[in-house]
Write a protein that binds this ligand. Structure first.
Ligand code: UDP
Length: 481
Protein backbone atom coordinates (compact mmCIF):
# COMPACT_ATOMS: atom_id res chain seq x y z
CA UNK A 1 0.00 0.00 0.00
CA UNK A 2 1.52 3.33 -0.90
CA UNK A 3 -1.11 5.70 0.50
CA UNK A 4 -0.99 6.59 4.18
CA UNK A 5 -3.87 5.49 6.35
CA UNK A 6 -5.32 7.40 9.23
CA UNK A 7 -5.43 6.47 12.90
CA UNK A 8 -7.94 8.40 14.96
CA UNK A 9 -7.29 8.76 18.69
CA UNK A 10 -9.76 9.82 21.32
CA UNK A 11 -7.94 10.52 24.61
CA UNK A 12 -9.73 11.53 27.77
CA UNK A 13 -9.34 15.22 28.66
CA UNK A 14 -6.41 16.08 30.94
CA UNK A 15 -2.77 16.65 30.21
CA UNK A 16 -1.48 13.33 31.62
CA UNK A 17 -3.61 11.15 29.32
CA UNK A 18 -2.97 13.46 26.37
CA UNK A 19 0.83 13.34 26.67
CA UNK A 20 0.76 9.56 26.98
CA UNK A 21 -1.51 9.31 23.92
CA UNK A 22 0.79 11.51 21.85
CA UNK A 23 3.77 9.34 22.80
CA UNK A 24 1.87 6.28 21.57
CA UNK A 25 0.90 8.12 18.38
CA UNK A 26 4.58 9.00 17.76
CA UNK A 27 5.52 5.33 17.96
CA UNK A 28 2.75 4.33 15.57
CA UNK A 29 3.53 6.93 12.91
CA UNK A 30 7.23 6.15 12.86
CA UNK A 31 6.77 2.37 12.79
CA UNK A 32 6.11 0.39 9.63
CA UNK A 33 7.65 2.79 7.13
CA UNK A 34 5.45 5.68 8.16
CA UNK A 35 2.30 3.91 7.10
CA UNK A 36 0.01 6.06 9.24
CA UNK A 37 -0.85 9.61 10.03
CA UNK A 38 -2.75 10.55 13.15
CA UNK A 39 -5.73 12.68 14.11
CA UNK A 40 -6.33 13.28 17.80
CA UNK A 41 -9.85 14.30 18.74
CA UNK A 42 -9.61 16.83 21.52
CA UNK A 43 -12.41 16.80 24.06
CA UNK A 44 -12.04 20.22 25.60
CA UNK A 45 -12.12 20.56 29.34
CA UNK A 46 -14.15 23.38 30.84
CA UNK A 47 -11.69 23.98 33.73
CA UNK A 48 -9.39 26.69 32.41
CA UNK A 49 -6.37 25.58 34.47
CA UNK A 50 -6.50 22.28 32.64
CA UNK A 51 -7.43 23.52 29.20
CA UNK A 52 -4.57 26.09 29.28
CA UNK A 53 -1.99 23.37 29.91
CA UNK A 54 -3.55 21.24 27.20
CA UNK A 55 -3.66 24.08 24.68
CA UNK A 56 0.00 24.98 25.01
CA UNK A 57 0.98 21.30 24.75
CA UNK A 58 -1.19 20.85 21.64
CA UNK A 59 0.42 23.91 20.07
CA UNK A 60 3.89 22.52 20.70
CA UNK A 61 3.04 19.19 19.02
CA UNK A 62 1.14 20.83 16.16
CA UNK A 63 4.17 22.92 15.24
CA UNK A 64 6.70 20.10 15.69
CA UNK A 65 6.43 18.78 12.13
CA UNK A 66 5.05 15.43 13.25
CA UNK A 67 2.22 13.90 11.22
CA UNK A 68 -0.11 14.36 14.20
CA UNK A 69 -3.11 16.65 13.86
CA UNK A 70 -5.57 17.81 16.47
CA UNK A 71 -9.24 18.37 15.97
CA UNK A 72 -11.39 20.02 18.64
CA UNK A 73 -14.62 18.24 19.42
CA UNK A 74 -17.44 20.81 19.91
CA UNK A 75 -17.93 21.62 23.58
CA UNK A 76 -20.88 20.36 25.56
CA UNK A 77 -22.19 21.49 28.93
CA UNK A 78 -20.55 19.62 31.81
CA UNK A 79 -22.97 17.27 33.61
CA UNK A 80 -23.17 18.64 37.16
CA UNK A 81 -24.94 16.75 39.91
CA UNK A 82 -24.63 17.26 43.61
CA UNK A 83 -21.93 15.18 45.36
CA UNK A 84 -20.79 13.72 42.07
CA UNK A 85 -17.50 11.83 42.25
CA UNK A 86 -14.68 13.06 40.03
CA UNK A 87 -14.60 9.81 38.08
CA UNK A 88 -18.38 9.93 37.48
CA UNK A 89 -18.05 13.45 36.19
CA UNK A 90 -15.29 12.64 33.74
CA UNK A 91 -17.03 9.53 32.37
CA UNK A 92 -20.38 11.28 31.88
CA UNK A 93 -18.62 14.31 30.43
CA UNK A 94 -16.87 12.16 27.84
CA UNK A 95 -20.04 10.23 27.05
CA UNK A 96 -21.89 13.48 26.40
CA UNK A 97 -19.58 14.02 23.39
CA UNK A 98 -20.59 10.80 21.66
CA UNK A 99 -22.68 12.38 18.89
CA UNK A 100 -19.95 14.94 18.11
CA UNK A 101 -17.26 12.25 18.00
CA UNK A 102 -19.47 10.18 15.70
CA UNK A 103 -19.91 13.13 13.38
CA UNK A 104 -16.20 13.98 13.36
CA UNK A 105 -15.17 10.43 12.47
CA UNK A 106 -17.89 10.14 9.82
CA UNK A 107 -16.38 13.16 8.07
CA UNK A 108 -12.95 11.55 8.08
CA UNK A 109 -14.35 8.32 6.69
CA UNK A 110 -15.85 10.23 3.79
CA UNK A 111 -12.45 11.56 2.71
CA UNK A 112 -9.68 9.25 3.98
CA UNK A 113 -8.97 5.62 4.71
CA UNK A 114 -9.27 5.24 8.49
CA UNK A 115 -7.42 2.15 9.72
CA UNK A 116 -8.57 2.18 13.33
CA UNK A 117 -9.93 4.12 16.24
CA UNK A 118 -7.86 4.16 19.44
CA UNK A 119 -9.77 5.12 22.58
CA UNK A 120 -8.49 6.01 26.01
CA UNK A 121 -9.80 3.61 28.67
CA UNK A 122 -12.05 6.34 30.06
CA UNK A 123 -13.61 6.76 26.61
CA UNK A 124 -14.98 3.21 26.53
CA UNK A 125 -18.47 4.55 25.84
CA UNK A 126 -17.21 5.55 22.35
CA UNK A 127 -16.98 1.86 21.43
CA UNK A 128 -20.58 2.34 20.26
CA UNK A 129 -19.33 4.86 17.71
CA UNK A 130 -16.75 2.40 16.39
CA UNK A 131 -19.37 -0.30 16.13
CA UNK A 132 -21.80 1.93 14.33
CA UNK A 133 -19.15 3.04 11.84
CA UNK A 134 -17.67 -0.44 11.38
CA UNK A 135 -14.25 0.65 12.58
CA UNK A 136 -11.71 -1.60 14.31
CA UNK A 137 -11.24 -0.24 17.77
CA UNK A 138 -8.40 -0.56 20.29
CA UNK A 139 -8.36 0.67 23.86
CA UNK A 140 -5.28 2.47 25.12
CA UNK A 141 -4.58 2.04 28.83
CA UNK A 142 -2.21 4.82 29.99
CA UNK A 143 -2.15 2.89 33.25
CA UNK A 144 -0.93 -0.67 33.77
CA UNK A 145 -1.91 -4.23 32.87
CA UNK A 146 -3.04 -4.91 36.44
CA UNK A 147 -5.63 -2.15 36.16
CA UNK A 148 -6.81 -3.54 32.82
CA UNK A 149 -7.11 -7.00 34.41
CA UNK A 150 -9.13 -5.57 37.28
CA UNK A 151 -11.49 -3.77 34.92
CA UNK A 152 -12.10 -6.89 32.83
CA UNK A 153 -12.65 -8.96 35.96
CA UNK A 154 -14.94 -6.46 37.69
CA UNK A 155 -18.27 -8.03 36.63
CA UNK A 156 -16.99 -11.46 37.80
CA UNK A 157 -15.72 -10.01 41.07
CA UNK A 158 -19.05 -8.30 41.61
CA UNK A 159 -20.84 -11.64 41.41
CA UNK A 160 -18.35 -13.20 43.87
CA UNK A 161 -18.14 -10.43 46.46
CA UNK A 162 -21.66 -9.48 47.42
CA UNK A 163 -20.78 -7.10 50.24
CA UNK A 164 -19.16 -3.71 49.93
CA UNK A 165 -15.45 -4.11 49.14
CA UNK A 166 -14.32 -2.34 52.31
CA UNK A 167 -16.41 -4.74 54.43
CA UNK A 168 -14.47 -7.74 53.15
CA UNK A 169 -12.74 -9.12 56.25
CA UNK A 170 -9.82 -10.84 54.62
CA UNK A 171 -8.37 -10.07 51.19
CA UNK A 172 -9.63 -9.57 47.65
CA UNK A 173 -8.49 -12.10 45.10
CA UNK A 174 -8.28 -10.99 41.52
CA UNK A 175 -6.30 -12.90 38.91
CA UNK A 176 -3.94 -9.97 38.36
CA UNK A 177 -3.42 -9.27 42.06
CA UNK A 178 -3.80 -12.12 44.52
CA UNK A 179 -4.55 -11.37 48.16
CA UNK A 180 -5.04 -7.66 47.66
CA UNK A 181 -6.00 -5.60 50.73
CA UNK A 182 -9.63 -4.48 50.18
CA UNK A 183 -8.64 -0.86 50.73
CA UNK A 184 -6.16 -1.05 47.88
CA UNK A 185 -9.01 -1.16 45.36
CA UNK A 186 -9.74 1.99 43.32
CA UNK A 187 -12.10 4.61 44.77
CA UNK A 188 -14.82 3.89 42.21
CA UNK A 189 -15.23 0.39 43.68
CA UNK A 190 -15.78 1.54 47.24
CA UNK A 191 -19.52 2.20 47.16
CA UNK A 192 -21.61 -0.21 45.12
CA UNK A 193 -24.69 1.97 45.43
CA UNK A 194 -22.92 4.94 43.88
CA UNK A 195 -23.40 5.75 40.18
CA UNK A 196 -19.62 5.65 39.77
CA UNK A 197 -19.48 1.94 40.58
CA UNK A 198 -22.20 1.19 38.02
CA UNK A 199 -20.38 3.15 35.34
CA UNK A 200 -17.12 1.23 35.83
CA UNK A 201 -18.96 -2.08 36.21
CA UNK A 202 -20.56 -1.45 32.81
CA UNK A 203 -17.20 -0.44 31.37
CA UNK A 204 -15.89 -3.82 32.55
CA UNK A 205 -18.41 -5.45 30.22
CA UNK A 206 -18.07 -2.99 27.40
CA UNK A 207 -14.29 -3.38 27.20
CA UNK A 208 -14.81 -6.88 25.84
CA UNK A 209 -15.99 -5.40 22.54
CA UNK A 210 -12.53 -3.99 21.80
CA UNK A 211 -10.32 -5.56 19.20
CA UNK A 212 -7.29 -5.21 21.43
CA UNK A 213 -5.72 -3.43 24.38
CA UNK A 214 -2.61 -1.29 24.21
CA UNK A 215 -0.94 -0.92 27.61
CA UNK A 216 1.77 1.48 28.80
CA UNK A 217 3.81 -1.16 30.55
CA UNK A 218 6.52 -3.69 29.76
CA UNK A 219 6.74 -7.42 30.21
CA UNK A 220 9.35 -7.66 32.96
CA UNK A 221 7.48 -5.20 35.12
CA UNK A 222 4.14 -7.02 35.20
CA UNK A 223 4.88 -10.66 34.41
CA UNK A 224 2.15 -12.09 36.65
CA UNK A 225 -0.61 -9.74 35.54
CA UNK A 226 0.19 -10.23 31.88
CA UNK A 227 0.19 -14.00 32.36
CA UNK A 228 -3.24 -13.81 34.02
CA UNK A 229 -4.56 -11.77 31.07
CA UNK A 230 -2.91 -14.02 28.50
CA UNK A 231 -4.35 -17.19 30.02
CA UNK A 232 -7.86 -15.74 30.05
CA UNK A 233 -8.24 -15.67 33.84
CA UNK A 234 -9.63 -12.13 33.87
CA UNK A 235 -12.34 -12.92 31.34
CA UNK A 236 -13.40 -16.49 32.16
CA UNK A 237 -16.42 -16.63 29.82
CA UNK A 238 -14.92 -15.52 26.53
CA UNK A 239 -11.57 -15.08 24.77
CA UNK A 240 -9.56 -12.08 25.96
CA UNK A 241 -8.81 -9.57 23.19
CA UNK A 242 -5.09 -9.23 22.33
CA UNK A 243 -2.95 -7.27 24.78
CA UNK A 244 -0.07 -5.19 23.37
CA UNK A 245 2.50 -3.92 25.88
CA UNK A 246 4.25 -0.90 24.37
CA UNK A 247 5.75 0.89 27.39
CA UNK A 248 7.35 2.64 28.95
CA UNK A 249 5.97 5.59 26.97
CA UNK A 250 7.23 8.81 28.55
CA UNK A 251 7.26 12.44 27.49
CA UNK A 252 10.46 12.93 25.53
CA UNK A 253 13.59 13.77 27.51
CA UNK A 254 14.90 16.04 24.78
CA UNK A 255 12.28 18.69 25.46
CA UNK A 256 13.29 18.75 29.12
CA UNK A 257 16.98 19.13 28.32
CA UNK A 258 16.46 21.98 25.89
CA UNK A 259 14.55 24.20 28.23
CA UNK A 260 16.28 26.85 30.31
CA UNK A 261 17.35 25.52 33.66
CA UNK A 262 14.55 25.55 36.19
CA UNK A 263 15.26 26.89 39.70
CA UNK A 264 14.76 23.40 41.12
CA UNK A 265 17.38 21.96 38.78
CA UNK A 266 19.81 24.75 39.64
CA UNK A 267 19.29 23.92 43.32
CA UNK A 268 19.82 20.20 42.65
CA UNK A 269 23.08 21.03 40.86
CA UNK A 270 24.38 22.29 44.21
CA UNK A 271 23.55 19.10 46.13
CA UNK A 272 25.77 16.04 46.58
CA UNK A 273 25.11 12.98 44.41
CA UNK A 274 22.26 10.72 45.52
CA UNK A 275 21.43 12.79 48.57
CA UNK A 276 17.98 14.28 47.92
CA UNK A 277 14.49 12.87 48.47
CA UNK A 278 11.96 14.31 46.03
CA UNK A 279 8.27 14.71 46.93
CA UNK A 280 5.70 15.28 44.20
CA UNK A 281 2.07 14.19 43.90
CA UNK A 282 0.94 14.37 40.29
CA UNK A 283 -1.31 16.77 38.46
CA UNK A 284 -4.07 16.63 41.09
CA UNK A 285 -2.27 16.02 44.35
CA UNK A 286 -2.64 18.74 46.98
CA UNK A 287 -2.81 18.88 50.77
CA UNK A 288 -4.62 20.93 53.38
CA UNK A 289 -2.79 22.87 56.07
CA UNK A 290 -2.92 20.06 58.64
CA UNK A 291 -1.33 17.55 56.28
CA UNK A 292 1.26 20.09 55.11
CA UNK A 293 2.31 20.49 58.74
CA UNK A 294 2.75 16.73 59.20
CA UNK A 295 4.82 16.49 56.03
CA UNK A 296 7.00 19.42 57.11
CA UNK A 297 7.59 17.87 60.54
CA UNK A 298 8.34 14.47 59.04
CA UNK A 299 10.81 15.93 56.58
CA UNK A 300 12.57 17.97 59.20
CA UNK A 301 12.90 15.02 61.57
CA UNK A 302 14.19 12.75 58.81
CA UNK A 303 17.23 15.07 58.47
CA UNK A 304 17.49 14.31 54.77
CA UNK A 305 17.95 16.77 51.95
CA UNK A 306 14.64 17.29 50.15
CA UNK A 307 12.93 18.89 47.18
CA UNK A 308 9.21 19.21 47.87
CA UNK A 309 6.73 20.20 45.16
CA UNK A 310 3.88 21.53 47.26
CA UNK A 311 0.49 22.57 46.00
CA UNK A 312 -2.64 23.27 48.00
CA UNK A 313 -6.39 23.10 47.17
CA UNK A 314 -7.52 26.07 45.09
CA UNK A 315 -10.03 28.47 46.65
CA UNK A 316 -12.63 27.87 43.90
CA UNK A 317 -12.52 24.08 43.89
CA UNK A 318 -10.88 22.01 46.64
CA UNK A 319 -10.25 19.16 44.20
CA UNK A 320 -8.07 21.26 41.92
CA UNK A 321 -4.59 22.26 43.12
CA UNK A 322 -3.16 25.72 42.89
CA UNK A 323 0.24 27.17 43.79
CA UNK A 324 0.88 27.14 47.52
CA UNK A 325 1.27 30.26 49.61
CA UNK A 326 4.25 28.96 51.60
CA UNK A 327 4.07 31.66 54.26
CA UNK A 328 0.50 30.69 54.99
CA UNK A 329 0.68 26.89 55.00
CA UNK A 330 4.11 25.94 56.32
CA UNK A 331 4.80 25.76 60.09
CA UNK A 332 6.49 28.84 61.49
CA UNK A 333 10.25 28.86 61.06
CA UNK A 334 10.28 25.73 58.87
CA UNK A 335 11.87 27.39 55.85
CA UNK A 336 14.59 29.03 57.97
CA UNK A 337 15.39 25.84 59.86
CA UNK A 338 15.66 23.74 56.69
CA UNK A 339 17.34 26.34 54.49
CA UNK A 340 20.56 24.35 54.21
CA UNK A 341 18.82 21.08 53.52
CA UNK A 342 15.75 21.60 51.44
CA UNK A 343 13.78 23.44 48.81
CA UNK A 344 10.00 23.76 48.83
CA UNK A 345 8.73 24.60 45.37
CA UNK A 346 5.14 25.93 45.51
CA UNK A 347 4.16 25.08 41.96
CA UNK A 348 4.54 22.65 39.06
CA UNK A 349 8.06 21.16 38.80
CA UNK A 350 9.77 19.60 35.76
CA UNK A 351 9.44 16.13 37.28
CA UNK A 352 11.20 14.19 34.55
CA UNK A 353 14.30 16.41 34.77
CA UNK A 354 14.26 16.19 38.56
CA UNK A 355 14.14 12.39 38.51
CA UNK A 356 16.92 12.37 35.92
CA UNK A 357 19.18 14.43 38.19
CA UNK A 358 22.10 12.63 39.83
CA UNK A 359 21.39 14.32 43.19
CA UNK A 360 18.02 12.56 43.53
CA UNK A 361 18.03 9.28 45.46
CA UNK A 362 14.38 8.67 46.37
CA UNK A 363 10.87 9.69 45.34
CA UNK A 364 7.85 10.10 47.61
CA UNK A 365 5.09 9.67 45.04
CA UNK A 366 1.32 9.37 44.79
CA UNK A 367 1.94 6.39 42.48
CA UNK A 368 0.24 7.82 39.40
CA UNK A 369 1.33 5.44 36.69
CA UNK A 370 3.33 8.00 34.71
CA UNK A 371 5.23 8.91 37.85
CA UNK A 372 6.03 5.26 38.56
CA UNK A 373 7.32 4.71 35.01
CA UNK A 374 9.33 7.93 35.10
CA UNK A 375 10.91 6.99 38.43
CA UNK A 376 11.89 3.59 37.11
CA UNK A 377 13.24 5.07 33.89
CA UNK A 378 15.90 6.70 36.05
CA UNK A 379 16.20 3.87 38.57
CA UNK A 380 14.86 5.94 41.47
CA UNK A 381 13.22 3.90 44.28
CA UNK A 382 9.91 5.10 45.68
CA UNK A 383 8.05 5.66 48.93
CA UNK A 384 4.41 5.02 48.03
CA UNK A 385 1.84 7.58 49.15
CA UNK A 386 -1.27 6.87 47.04
CA UNK A 387 -4.02 9.50 46.94
CA UNK A 388 -6.80 8.80 44.41
CA UNK A 389 -7.94 6.82 41.32
CA UNK A 390 -6.14 3.45 41.02
CA UNK A 391 -3.08 4.66 42.94
CA UNK A 392 -3.65 2.50 46.02
CA UNK A 393 -3.48 -0.55 43.81
CA UNK A 394 -0.41 0.82 42.03
CA UNK A 395 1.18 1.26 45.46
CA UNK A 396 0.68 -2.43 46.26
CA UNK A 397 2.31 -3.29 42.97
CA UNK A 398 5.24 -0.92 43.47
CA UNK A 399 5.90 -2.29 46.95
CA UNK A 400 4.85 -5.93 46.95
CA UNK A 401 4.86 -7.08 43.33
CA UNK A 402 7.67 -5.08 41.76
CA UNK A 403 9.80 -4.51 44.87
CA UNK A 404 10.83 -1.03 43.72
CA UNK A 405 9.39 0.96 46.60
CA UNK A 406 8.57 1.00 50.30
CA UNK A 407 5.16 1.25 51.91
CA UNK A 408 3.88 4.23 53.82
CA UNK A 409 0.93 3.68 56.15
CA UNK A 410 -1.81 5.82 54.67
CA UNK A 411 -5.03 6.05 56.68
CA UNK A 412 -7.43 5.90 53.76
CA UNK A 413 -10.50 5.95 55.97
CA UNK A 414 -9.22 9.16 57.52
CA UNK A 415 -8.80 11.26 54.38
CA UNK A 416 -5.48 9.61 53.49
CA UNK A 417 -3.70 10.89 56.60
CA UNK A 418 -0.01 10.08 57.10
CA UNK A 419 1.62 10.95 60.42
CA UNK A 420 4.91 12.84 60.60
CA UNK A 421 6.49 9.86 62.43
CA UNK A 422 5.44 7.51 59.64
CA UNK A 423 6.83 9.84 56.98
CA UNK A 424 10.07 10.36 58.89
CA UNK A 425 10.74 6.65 59.28
CA UNK A 426 9.66 5.91 55.67
CA UNK A 427 12.08 8.50 54.31
CA UNK A 428 14.91 7.28 56.53
CA UNK A 429 14.37 3.67 55.41
CA UNK A 430 14.30 4.70 51.78
CA UNK A 431 17.40 6.87 51.95
CA UNK A 432 19.56 5.06 54.49
CA UNK A 433 18.18 1.64 55.44
CA UNK A 434 18.74 -1.90 54.24
CA UNK A 435 15.21 -2.02 52.84
CA UNK A 436 16.01 1.13 50.87
CA UNK A 437 19.15 -0.49 49.48
CA UNK A 438 17.12 -3.45 48.23
CA UNK A 439 14.45 -1.41 46.47
CA UNK A 440 17.14 0.83 44.96
CA UNK A 441 18.85 -2.19 43.48
CA UNK A 442 15.56 -3.51 42.11
CA UNK A 443 14.68 -0.08 40.66
CA UNK A 444 18.06 -0.09 38.91
CA UNK A 445 17.24 -3.49 37.43
CA UNK A 446 13.88 -2.22 36.18
CA UNK A 447 15.61 0.82 34.68
CA UNK A 448 17.73 -1.48 32.56
CA UNK A 449 14.77 -3.76 31.73
CA UNK A 450 12.51 -0.84 30.78
CA UNK A 451 15.08 0.68 28.45
CA UNK A 452 15.81 -2.67 26.87
CA UNK A 453 12.08 -3.36 26.31
CA UNK A 454 11.78 -0.46 23.88
CA UNK A 455 14.90 -1.25 21.86
CA UNK A 456 14.98 -3.43 18.75
CA UNK A 457 14.63 -7.02 19.95
CA UNK A 458 12.95 -5.91 23.21
CA UNK A 459 9.49 -7.04 24.31
CA UNK A 460 7.71 -3.69 23.82
CA UNK A 461 9.38 -3.17 20.45
CA UNK A 462 8.12 -6.59 19.34
CA UNK A 463 4.66 -5.95 20.75
CA UNK A 464 4.43 -2.65 18.87
CA UNK A 465 5.31 -4.48 15.65
CA UNK A 466 2.54 -6.98 16.34
CA UNK A 467 0.12 -4.14 16.96
CA UNK A 468 1.01 -2.43 13.68
CA UNK A 469 0.54 -5.72 11.81
CA UNK A 470 -2.76 -6.26 13.56
CA UNK A 471 -4.04 -2.83 12.55
CA UNK A 472 -2.91 -3.17 8.95
CA UNK A 473 -4.29 -6.69 8.62
CA UNK A 474 -7.56 -5.62 10.11
CA UNK A 475 -7.84 -2.51 7.98
CA UNK A 476 -7.21 -4.49 4.82
CA UNK A 477 -9.77 -7.22 5.65
CA UNK A 478 -12.27 -4.68 6.92
CA UNK A 479 -13.19 -6.69 10.04
CA UNK A 480 -14.96 -5.01 12.94
CA UNK A 481 -13.41 -4.46 16.35
N1 UDP B 1 4.18 16.29 36.69
C1 UDP B 1 5.17 17.24 36.56
N2 UDP B 1 5.29 18.19 37.53
C2 UDP B 1 4.49 18.26 38.61
C3 UDP B 1 3.47 17.27 38.75
C4 UDP B 1 3.36 16.31 37.78
O1 UDP B 1 5.94 17.22 35.59
O2 UDP B 1 4.67 19.16 39.44
C5 UDP B 1 4.00 15.29 35.61
C6 UDP B 1 4.68 13.98 35.93
O3 UDP B 1 6.00 13.99 35.48
C7 UDP B 1 3.81 12.99 35.17
C8 UDP B 1 2.44 13.63 35.19
O4 UDP B 1 2.63 15.00 35.46
O5 UDP B 1 4.24 12.88 33.84
C9 UDP B 1 1.53 13.04 36.26
O6 UDP B 1 1.06 11.82 35.80
P1 UDP B 1 0.73 10.64 36.79
O7 UDP B 1 0.18 9.52 35.98
O8 UDP B 1 1.91 10.30 37.60
O9 UDP B 1 -0.32 11.22 37.79
P2 UDP B 1 -1.74 11.98 37.58
O10 UDP B 1 -1.43 13.40 37.40
O11 UDP B 1 -2.39 11.36 36.38
O12 UDP B 1 -2.42 11.70 38.87
Amino acid sequence: MDKKQELIFCPSPGIGHLISTVELAKKLITGHNNHFHVTILNIQHHVSAWSNATTSYINSISTSGLDIHFQDVPQVDPPYKENMKGETFICLFIEAHKAHVHEAISHHLATTSVAALILDILCVSMLDVAKDLNLPCYIYIPSNATFLGLMLYLPTLDAKVLSEIEDVKDVIDIPVLRSAPPLSMPGFMMDKKDECYTIFYNYGYKLREARGFIVNTFKNLEMKSLKALETGQCLPDQPTPAVFTVGPLLASEKKEKDEKKHECIKWLDEQPKKSVVFLCFGSMGCFDKEMVKEIALGLEKSEQRFLWALRTPSKENALIPSDADLGEVLPEGFLERTREKGLVWPSWVPQLSVLAHTAVAGFVTHCGWNSVLESLWYGVPMLAWPLYAEQHMNAVMVVREMGVGLELKVDRKNGGFVSSEELESGIRSLMEGEEGRKVRQRAEEMKVAGRRAGEEGGSSYASLELLLHDIIKDASTGSIG
